[in-house]
Design a protein. Structure first.
Length: 554
């Protein structure tokens, strides 16, 4: 299976690398070629190499197939596929040839998905926003805007390219979410646009990759000389749409490239297409993206009623402290179905948490553990993600601790589904992976490929007193840090410390930045991830420490 996060940008990097280094022996194509700038490239090797830029290593050719799977994926990204036996794919190539970035259905599809995502979407929205540098004379952004404007005037000596007193319309404006989305066609990628992008402040927050947009300007070098100053005019208006959010108090303007994919092929009602688009847009909308880990101290297994009360108090306190998107991570086995199967309380837990989130009135997602068929070991060990809409994702344990082998019912495959739901969920532009306790060790031990996730959440059950298999240090070093090293993303964990105090330095958030260093030699001081806020909640049966981390700090 081809990882879904391989983008057109990653493929273009692979093509450049092949042009520089050539095609290795045995990786030439026998049936099909990707044609780029008039040159043929072997499609399956291109995908394998593109995965190096998307996920850190070449994709093993045995885990995905050539032919239809590879060709369809590349064609969806806008690449031309030519077959040696052209009659095999003539129909597909013909269909792609008819499609262009001027396709009206593409913008309509984007509009339909945006409405499904954000509700109130205004198309061709016009802001009351000036178009000349002097309109922003009293803004802190005036010096930069003036410099860009003057540089555009100098480029081809077109001095009078501003012909409207008010900024022309924006493609889409998400009123409820507070951001603009621009659908950039090829004519936007010109040398004047590159000149302006090069002058943006280094710390300017954008809803798109400035590096990618600059490179596209260098590659496309669009020219539109009707009128003669059209490129400068278009670049200047794009500059104003990028600076408008900082002046109007909006989130950064998001931009998508019209030829990045055939947008009209996305189906708003198809969950996979919907999630794919949501991930793309969410990654571009700049927000902090917070993760709160709940670490608990207990003298005994607490009742579900006591834990409901504690959860309510934690949500109430977090709602007072933060306004941004936040994922809240509770320990494994937080709720128990006793000797019944865990699924018997899925709906009860989902409804309770959903109602508590509604009371909090914030955009939070709660990740919580449920155990079922509990005796010496819990045969069901479940991790669940719940939002204000209800249950978003469920993950069953897939990798047992050594003493659990044969006692726990494991997920049948990877990454697997439970009750028809995936163990990954998307939120605030990031994709999160749910692990149940020892699963963080499984990711590393089984050398599992990253399925396109940005954050791993590990719901650990707990650690007992010293000398009784406490293992908290081992878990942090080889579970959390090992997974972060392998998947190149942050890992967060929550746990209960039974009959012992919570170690103050135990890391509930880990990000690996130590290169090839062994996890055996990794120490807590090597970890760059630190919470920006921490608070404690005492209770009659259990007390909790809640740490809040900012994903944008990584």
């Amino acid at each position: 299976m081809i990882p879904p996060n391989i983008s057109r940008e990653h493929v273009l990097k692979a093509l450049r690398k092949i042009e520089e280094e050539g095609i290795p022996p045995g990786r030439s194509s026998k049936k099909f070629n990707l044609i780029h700038n008039g040159k043929p490239f072997p499609p399956k090797y291109v995908i394998s190499l593109a995965n190096l830029f998307a996920n850190g290593k070449k994709l093993n050719s045995e885990v995905f197939s050539g032919g239809q799977e590879t060709n369809n994926y590349l064609m969806r990204l806008g690449f031309e596929i030519e077959g040696v036996k052209k009659d095999i794919i003539r129909k597909k190539v013909h269909i792609r040839a008819k499609h262009s970035e001027r396709c009206p259905e593409c913008k309509k599809t984007v509009n339909d998905i945006l409405r499904k995502l954000y509700g109130d979407v205004a198309t061709n929205y016009r802001f009351d926003f000036g178009t000349r540098p002097e309109d922003f004379k009293y803004s802190s952004h005036y010096p930069v805007l003036l410099k860009i404007f003057e540089r555009l005037q100098e480029y081809r000596n077109h001095k009078d390219f501003v012909r409207s007193e008010v900024l022309p319309h924006c493609d889409f404006f998400m009123k409820s979410a507070g951001f603009i989305l621009e659908f950039d066609e090829s004519q936007h990628f010109s040398i004047p646009r590159k000149i302006s992008l090069d002058l943006y402040p280094e710390d300017m927050k954008l809803g798109f990759s400035r590096q990618k947009w600059t490179r596209l300007c260098e590659e496309i070098k669009a020219q539109d000389n009707d009128p003669a100053f059209r490129d400068e005019q278009r670049a200047w208006y794009d500059v104003l749409r990028d600076f408008l959010p900082m002046i109007k108090g909006l989130k950064p303007t998001v931009r998508i490239y019209s030829k990045e994919m055939a947008w009209c092929e996305l189906k708003p009602d198809n969950p996979e297409d919907f999630e794919r688009f949501r991930n793309l847009i969410g990654r571009n909308v700049i927000n902090r993206g917070l993760v709160a880990t709940v670490i608990m101290e207990s003298s005994r297994k607490s009742s579900d009623e006591a834990r409901k009360a504690l959860l309510s108090r934690i949500l109430e306190e977090l709602a007072k402290r933060i306004d941004e998107n936040c994922v809240i991570l509770f320990p494994g086995g937080y709720f128990s179905a006793g000797k019944e199967e865990a699924r018997t309380i899925y709906d009860l837990v989902g409804t309770f948490v959903k109602d508590e989130l509604a009371k909090a009135g914030k955009n939070f997602v709660v990740c919580i553990g449920i155990d079922g068929r509990v005796e010496d070991f819990s045969r069901d060990q479940i991790a669940m993600a719940i939002s204000r809409r209800g249950i978003e994702a469920i993950g069953r344990k897939f990798h047992p601790a050594p003493v659990e082998s044969g006692h726990v019912e494991l997920a049948k495959d990877f990454p697997s589904t439970e009750e028809g739901l995936r163990r990954t969920f998307s939120f605030g532009g990031r994709t999160y992976f749910l692990g149940a306790c020892y699963d963080s060790f499984g990711i590393k031990h089984l050398l599992l490929p990253n399925p396109g996730v940005d954050v791993v959440l590990d719901l650990v059950h707990g650690f007992t007193g010293s000398g009784k298999g406490s293992g908290c240090s081992y878990f942090a070093r080889h579970g959390f840090a090992g997974t972060s090293k392998h998947w190149k993303c942050p890992v967060f964990g929550a746990a209960v410390f039974f009959n012992r105090s919570i170690p103050e330095d135990w890391p509930s958030g880990v990000f690996w930045n130590q290169g090839n260093k062994s996890t055996q030699k990794w120490s807590y001081t090597d970890n760059p991830l630190r919470p920006f806020e921490e608070f404690r909640l005492p209770g009659p049966e259990e007390r909790a420490i809640v740490r809040v981390f900012d994903l944008n700090s990584i």
